[in-house]
Design a protein around this ligand. Structure first.
Ligand code: SAH
Length: 584
């Protein structure tokens, strides 16, 4: 992605330089030429434009150049005072997002006017785009978009299988007597059939999912026209849309077959090729001993289509068996897509310490699973129509199972945890469950890191983690105390700074005192100890004391306790573990 930056004033140029430094390799500056020329050149050569010219000036230059919103560059205008970043063109094609990125660097306020962002509703023009969906009839977007936003009933069909983002509750897979006036249909079928009463059947916004793979085999020197015609036939037999083909698959010996490559090029498809021994292992309905003798696999077209479809999805079926022309064979497979399990860390509490990626993942998920109290923290971020599945403390296994089953059923699921979801949290039980349920092949897993309590506490205390450190959870719910005790001894002997998670609860009131006693056996009494309670939350408290003076009763379930190594010191009123630099 190349972002062109156009500026005509000293202030604009300074900001342009700041952006170039913040986004290395992504930025092209148009600051030395006449502004209008720079803007035109940026329009021609960049994916997005940040214009430090007035909105009016930008509109006057760009208006004659506008073509199509899907392919035109996104444009954002920023005012001279760096107060506002205005998404001017291509809101859903990068401009809205760019306003937020600009806010991060320049401190300006994003100004976004696309309706679906106001209502926090998944925008239809990018619905499923990250899965490879394309819009078959973009002319319908404004009508269906308006119906979705105004709460009218909209019939949703064919979306069940795909891990799509949520749509509001008025978009649903059934309709009542009143009947919807418009609908959304996800289909790889070429014919859009009339399934409802005639008033509305034409009024459907149709998405093409990338659900098909065309397998092709051929003799040497086959003509592209022959392949092209055969592909057309293979798709026509069951009535499939070429727009839903995600790639052409073949055997690696044919990866340089010009006729095949040219046929793929004409249709804009990628070619994937597999070794004959891989294809030989794929069970197919029409194997051929002649092909086996010649190529080393009894099937090319059927086997390659099936194998590619299985690689991209969780399962595949052949929808067109081998069809032949004089010199080529083709077959078509349809894949069932994998679900998506995002394991998302929400950070320690403060909203601005929840990463933009975590927020985007929550908004992208149609099912969000978590502890009730964490769900409350992020409810305002979720899009209308998101299914929220909460449960209480101690129900970790149930949450892991729910998340895995929903993802294995093909949905986009976010499983949330505070801090980092991989640190004493849901990531490991969820992945253990994924394995136990035998669902690994059916789910793509995506981890979104968060700021863990130790990092949040460290920043508040100073620099306690400046050298080697160890995390120890004092919860003996799942770990016997003897094991925990051994680890505390090891950390003490290894001279690590130690971060205690789960230090103390009403039922576990002596473990922290015991752990501190073990460390005191290896460290001087003035060793710093930091207790941070509710880091970055409204009732945050930070206590810096020493091993000699610490009162374990101050800690609870909402506290992390950091104990220095033998080299840690209180310096400048802060807890510092030196890295060992020698100052001249
Ligand atoms: N996944 C979380 C940790 C979960 S274990 C993370 O990465 O932070 C729960 C323990 O984490 C609590 O008992 C406490 O010791 C610590 N903790 C979590 N959030 C905290 C916060 N905001 N302030 C202080 N300690 C916190």
């Amino acid at each position: 992605m190349t972002i062109g930056i156009v500026a005509a004033t000293a202030g604009g140029r300074t900001a342009a330089d700041a952006l170039a430094a913040a986004w290395p390799g992504q930025v092209r500056l148009f600051t030395d030429v006449k502004a209008a020329d720079g803007l035109r050149e940026a329009w021609r050569t960049c994916d997005a434009i940040v214009s430090f010219l007035a909105v009016g000036a930008t509109v006057r230059v760009l208006a004659p150049l506008l073509e199509r919103k899907a392919t035109d560059p996104a444009v954002v205008c920023v005012d001279e005072g760096m107060q506002f970043a205005v998404a001017l063109l291509g809101g859903h094609h990068g401009a809205n997002e760019l306003t937020h990125r600009l806010a991060g660097v320049l401190g300006c306020t994003p100004v976004v006017t696309t309706a679906s962002d106001q209502a926090n509703v998944t925008p239809l023009d990018s619905y499923g785009a990250d899965l490879g969906f394309t819009v078959h009839n973009p002319d319908m977007l404004p009508y269906v978009g308006a119906a979705v936003l105004s709460g009218e009933p909209v019939l949703l069909e064919g979306a069940d299988d795909w891990p799509l983002p949520p749509l509001p509750p008025n978009v649903r897979p059934w309709f009542d007597d009143a009947g919807p006036s418009v609908g959304i249909l996800v289909t790889d079928g070429a014919e859009i059939e009339c399934v409802c009463h005639e008033d509305w059947f034409g009024n459907r916004l149709v998405y093409r999912p990338p659900s098909l793979v065309v397998g092709v085999g051929s003799a040497r020197g086959v003509a592209a026209d022959e392949i092209d015609e055969l592909i057309g036939l293979a798709l026509d037999i069951p009535g499939l849309a070429a727009e839903s083909v995600r790639c052409l698959a073949t055997v690696d010996r044919k990866a340089d077959e010009e006729g095949i490559l040219e046929a793929a090029r004409r249709r804009g498809w990628q070619v994937v090729a597999y070794p004959a021994e891989v294809l030989a292992r794929v069970e197919v309905p029409n194997p051929s001993p002649v092909v086996a003798a010649e190529v080393g696999t009894p099937s090319v077209a059927e086997a390659a289509a099936l194998h590619a479809a299985r690689t991209f999805g969780r399962a595949a079926e052949l929808v067109t068996e081998k069809t032949k022309s004089a010199n080529a064979t083709a077959a078509v497979a349809r894949l069932r897509p994998r679900g998506r399990l995002s394991i998302v860390g929400l950070g320690p509490g403060a909203r601005d310490l929840l990463t933009p990626r975590a927020a985007e993942t929550l908004r992208r998920s149609s099912v969000v699973v978590g502890l009730d109290q964490y769900l409350d923290q992020v409810r305002d971020l979720l899009r209308p129509g998101t299914r929220v599945l909460g449960s209480g403390l101690g129900r970790e296994e149930e949450r892991a199972r729910t998340a895995v089953r929903e993802a294995a059923a093909g949905r986009a699921v976010a499983l949330i945890g505070s801090g980092d979801a991989g640190v004493y949290a849901m990531a490991s039980p969820a992945l253990e469950m994924l394995a136990a349920e035998g669902a690994a092949h059916a789910v793509d897993v995506d981890g979104v890191p968060g700021i863990t309590a130790a990092a949040a506490a460290s920043a508040l205390l100073g620099a306690p983690l400046g050298h080697d450190h160890a995390y120890v959870s004092l919860s003996d719910l799942h770990t016997p105390w003897e094991v925990i005790e051994r680890r505390v001894h090891a950390a003490a002997e290894g001279d690590f700074t130690v971060c205690f998670y789960n230090p103390r609860s009403r039922a576990r009131d002596w473990q922290l005192a015991e752990a501190l006693r073990i460390l005191a056996g290896h460290r001087p009494p003035h060793t710093p100890v930091g207790l941070v309670r509710n880091a970055t939350r409204p009732d945050e408290s930070v206590t810096l004391t020493t091993l000699a003076d610490v009162d374990p009763a101050q800690a609870d379930m909402y506290t992390v306790v950091l104990v220095g190594s033998s080299r840690s010191r209180a310096m400048a009123g802060r807890f510092v573990t030196p890295r060992g630099y020698r100052w001249a």
